[in-house]
Design a protein around this ligand. Structure first.
Ligand code: HEC
Length: 189
């Protein structure tokens, strides 16, 4: 009888240990069951998720291009460009003046029709933007275009020159009016 009493602490310890093992096993098991089959989205499983900015997802030039759009969409415009609107009406005279400026300052890279195919374009990475398409995108609001043209690509390390010291704001609005008019050829002379 004395011997049996001696075994009580050992049996107690065993029970506690066994209980602990069971509880932890259950926890692990429960975790594995955390997503019941009912809730798996079979059309969008986890393995299709891919970070847009992950290495290899975009070429280096494309990354820089996206960085410009990303900056704007996430409210990264410098204060002085926020909320800017053109001060000019899109009259034929304004468009014509814009055409002249565009052909002088922009077409060697962006091409006469804004198709990114100017003579200097091929040597550049990233290549000059296809402004004819850009101008149709909802993102092409006045403040975005003014910022891109005035500040250029220095911060993004692209070859887009900054025009803020070269052209007046009014001249830049003229160029924007020309682009909004659809790069009309008649105005180019
Ligand atoms: C030396 C070549 C060069 C000249 C000249 C140039 N650009 Fe660019 N431009 C680029 C390149 C390269 C990019 C693409 C990289 C970037 O967005 O910075 C670009 C990008 C842009 C963008 C942003 C496009 C986007 O995807 O949002 C605008 C707007 C633009 N240029 C307008 C102009 C205008 C207007 C002129 C003339 C006043 C001009 N550029 C002159 C090379 C040039």
């Amino acid at each position: 009888m004395k011997k049996a009493w001696n075994k009580v602490p050992a049996a107690g310890a065993f029970c506690i240990l066994a209980g602990f093992v069971l509880v932890s096993f259950d926890t692990v098991f429960a975790q594995n069951q955390a997503t019941p089959p009912c809730c798996v989205d079979r059309w969008d499983p986890e393995w299709t998720e891919r970070s847009m900015w992950a290495p290899g997802a975009m070429g280096p030039g494309q990354l820089q291009r996206m960085a410009r759009h990303w900056t704007f969409i996430h409210g990264g415009l410098p204060f002085e460009y926020r909320g800017l609107w053109s001060t000019l009406e899109q009259t034929p005279d304004v468009v014509k003046a814009g055409a002249r400026l565009y052909q002088q300052q922009c077409s060697e890279c962006h091409g006469t029709q804004g198709m990114g195919d100017g003579d200097a374009a091929r040597a550049l990475t990233p290549s000059p933007a296809l402004l004819a398409y850009l101008i149709q995108m909802p993102m092409s609001v006045d403040e975005y275009l003014m910022w891109s043209i005035a500040e250029g690509g220095e911060e993004l390390k692209t070859d887009m020159p900054a025009f803020k010291d070269k052209l007046s704001r009014e001249d830049i609005w003229k160029i924007i009016a020309f682009m909004r008019a659809g790069f009309p050829e008649m105005a180019a002379e």
